[in-house]
Design a protein around this ligand. Sequence first.
Ligand code: SF4
Ligand code: SF4
Ligand code: SF4
Length: 331
Amino acid sequence: MSKSDWDSALGQLLGANKIYAVVEHEACLDYDLINSDRIPHIIYNQPKPVTPLKMFFLPIKQNVSNLEAQNKQIIIGAPNCDVEALRILDEIYLEEPFTDPFYKQRRENTLIISSDCLDILEHCHCNSYGIDPFASEIADLSIILLENQAVLTSLGKKGDAFIKTLSSLEGTSLNDYPNDAIIEEKHSATIQKLKKSNNTLPGYKESGMLVSRSNGEIWKKYASDCVSCGACSAICPTCSCFLLNDKPAFEKVRQIDTCQYPGFERVAGGEDALGNLATRFRNRYMCKYVWKPETFEALACTGCGRCIETCIGGINKNELIIELEKETMSR
Ligand code: SF4
Ligand code: SF4
Ligand code: SF4
């Protein structure tokens, strides 16, 4: 549909849905709640919102005492690295018999419109782990803006129903987009950029082997710049750890936790398997590249690059892995 029809459709959908979309903030892109004035300012096809998609399903803090009714929401602009990260969260939070009703409710009430990345940022490396920079079937629809057209592709049942809704709205006219070749060309240009940018980075499985075989020195070296702030894991789209806090009147509040915080594994009596900084620092790598792959089918790192961008100590996970590979080769 034309971009103006798409904007008008979003305006009509605002009544029944909360719409979150990527917009420009001072120095970055991030999601915001959209009202009719902000619809023309939505950013499409640019990497990447600061906030990972998981925050819509696992908020930083959430009262989990009672399951209350939740409004339907539409999220526009999630990049595929974030959408792919839902695979492992779905395995963790939706699989029987330990389905999490709070996560499930949010997943069911949310329509995800993923935005194809037509550019990359310095630390994007989804392709190194076999993930495309454009929508997978985990999203409900994909969107790409081309020649003043909003090209929407349904990726499943929720997407089909949404397209039907669009066609019933006033003043919107849907057509088949005739030029798939242009879309393929755009996709392949992004892939070429990613390949060039990550040509020395080992793949996901290889990284797991390197991490599990590594000795203590490299972890001490990189951990010496770590201040245990936890940002790398809090912002990671696949990290799933949380604390359950007891509040007065038997209320329970779930809050994001991370293995990078001191005391993460401290138990009654004071023992703490991750009390040492270098051991704690290595834990995140073991979790993502060694332990999670032993238990789950989905990847525990989708190459979004946020942990590198956010690290206050300037630690670059990919440099560490490349250094590990060089060390192994020189042995
Ligand atoms: S480990 Fe880093 S690059 Fe991988 S998904 Fe998490 S934040 Fe992104
Ligand atoms: S890396 Fe750390 S915070 Fe992330 S899921 Fe694993 S143990 Fe939890
Ligand atoms: S973001 Fe950097 S400094 Fe903070 S815990 Fe992670 S590695 Fe350490």
